[in-house]
Design a protein around this ligand. Structure first.
Ligand SMILES: [Zn+2]
Length: 452
């Protein structure tokens, strides 16, 4: 039995509940009851919460004062009323963020969140503590499906080490250990020779699960397979977060760690949106938000099952409501039900982010995964990155293995032109690909906005 886990469950959480009014476990309990409600009951549940939120927004939030004309409709049919609210894109939100702060909100009691620092102006927004606790509860519900409980030991295999002072690092490590029962291993700094050392560290911690970004997990897994090293401790799951998990990465990680990969789909500005169950269904957290999908180009709602940008209306954030907030993730909902018996609607696929969608010369869209598929056919490529600079210009960076040849570059270019048309391709051999400011390794990115 893990002592820290016991301490977290029997001392730390009860203390946080008593002293700070923390409600994560209460919300978790509620979520475990709602996950099997009928579709009709879930819809009613959302309707009640949506109605309260919209009435609050039109009376308390300056940005929504023009929607006061919808009061009657909100009372009669909240979903119909929601469809008449304008979509809120990130750009639109950034123009006047303060207008979305409720008049009743006490900024000092709010949690400030930042996102999108890598390109353009970073976005800041406020949340109340309850919203964050609802997100946490959703995460723990998802983990509970793989028999992982609050406080269970976890190893994070993370992108880049967080830049903190030595003292702040010690404090952070202490908090990680004592409140989250978690240690962090930085994957992109990892050298192959150090792998046995890290494996020992993981084994001595006896984690119930491993948590990390797909690219970091896949890199670690590929080292393990290459060196033929396996963990001697059994895991309940490896959880991917923060990045799209491609099928070949899933395969690699499951092989190296000898357990299932579970996808956690969340966004800093959207909470825990969906969690994968052991049957492979990616279940949405419909108790926390209303989700819609709109066409990437026209921003009009798509037919059920079709892919587009995910639109989120968080049902719990009363301090800064963002209604019909457009995320840059490309998803499709699935009409089917899951073998696990949970009724929470399923996301069919996360096709990546809007900015890894390329535009071909003929105007069609190409998912970033397409380029990964080409690269997988060319075994002499260790790593690559492709950047669409403009409609007719692409930059291709390749980290080659020793047996890489000019013909391999030509093969890659041919694959690119097959879908993109006769674009100019600037191919370069490099020794490494730098992670983005966020620490993530981006495989494909487009540097100009989609035509709308
Ligand atoms: Zn399921």
């Amino acid at each position: 039995m893990n002592l820290t886990a016991l301490w977290i469950r029997h001392v730390a959480y009860p203390m946080m509940e008593k002293r700070k009014g923390n409600r994560i476990r209460t919300y978790l309990q509620e979520l475990s009851q709602t996950e099997k409600l009928s579709n009709h009951e879930l819809r009613r549940w959302q309707e009640d919460h949506l109605q309260k939120l919209l009435l609050h927004a039109i009376t308390q939030v300056p940005a929504y004062k023009d929607q006061q004309a919808l009061t009657d409709l909100i009372t009669r049919d909240p979903f119909e009323a929601l469809s008449q609210f304008p979509l809120l894109t990130k750009d639109r939100f950034k123009e006047d963020q303060e207008a979305y702060l409720a008049k009743t909100a006490d900024k000092n009691a709010c949690i400030l969140n930042r996102t999108g620092g890598s390109t353009g102006k970073p976005m800041t927004f406020y949340m109340d503590r309850q919203t964050v606790e609802h997100y946490e509860a959703a995460r723990f519900r998802g983990l509970s499906w793989s028999q992982i409980r609050i406080g269970d030991p976890c190893v994070m295999i993370w992108g880049s080490p967080i830049e903190l002072s030595a003292q702040a690092q010690r404090k952070e490590r202490f908090k990680e250990r004592i409140l989250k029962n978690r240690i962090v291993i930085p994957a992109f700094d990892l050298k192959k020779d150090e792998l046995p050392h890290y494996i020992k560290r993981i084994e001595s911690y006896h984690p119930r699960y491993i948590y990390g970004w797909a690219s970091a997990l896949a890199l670690f897994a590929s080292f393990m397979l290459e060196k033929n090293i396996r963990l001697s401790v059994p895991l309940h799951a490896v959880v991917n977060t923060g990045e799209t998990l491609y099928p070949h990465q899933r395969e690699l990680i499951e092989k190296a760690f000898a357990c299932k990969v579970i996808n956690e789909y969340g966004a800093r500005d959207g909470g825990i949106i969906a969690y994968e169950c052991p049957k492979g269904g990616l279940h949405t957290t419909v108790e926390n938000a209303v989700y819609e999908v709109v066409d990437m180009q026209t921003l009009q709602p798509v037919a059920p099952g079709e892919k587009g940008l995910l639109v989120v209306t968080d049902l719990h954030n009363y301090v800064m409501p963002r209604i019909r907030y457009v995320l840059t993730d490309v998803v499709a909902f699935s009409p089917s039900s899951c073998a696990c018996g949970r009724t929470l609607p399923l996301i069919e696929a996360i096709e990546g982010r809007e900015n890894d969608t390329f535009v071909a010369l003929d105007g069609s869209y190409i998912n970033g995964q397409y380029f990964t598929n080409i690269a997988r056919m060319i075994l002499s490529i260790q790593q690559f990155q492709i950047i669409q600079k403009s409609r007719d210009q692409v930059e291709l960076l390749i980290v080659p293995h020793e047996d890489f040849t000019e013909q391999d570059i030509e093969k890659f270019k041919e694959g690119i032109r097959l879908r993109m048309g006769d674009v100019k391709i600037d191919a370069k051999r490099v020794t490494a690909i730098a992670p983005a400011a966020s620490g993530k390794l981006l495989v494909a990115m487009r540097e100009f906005p989609l035509p709308r």
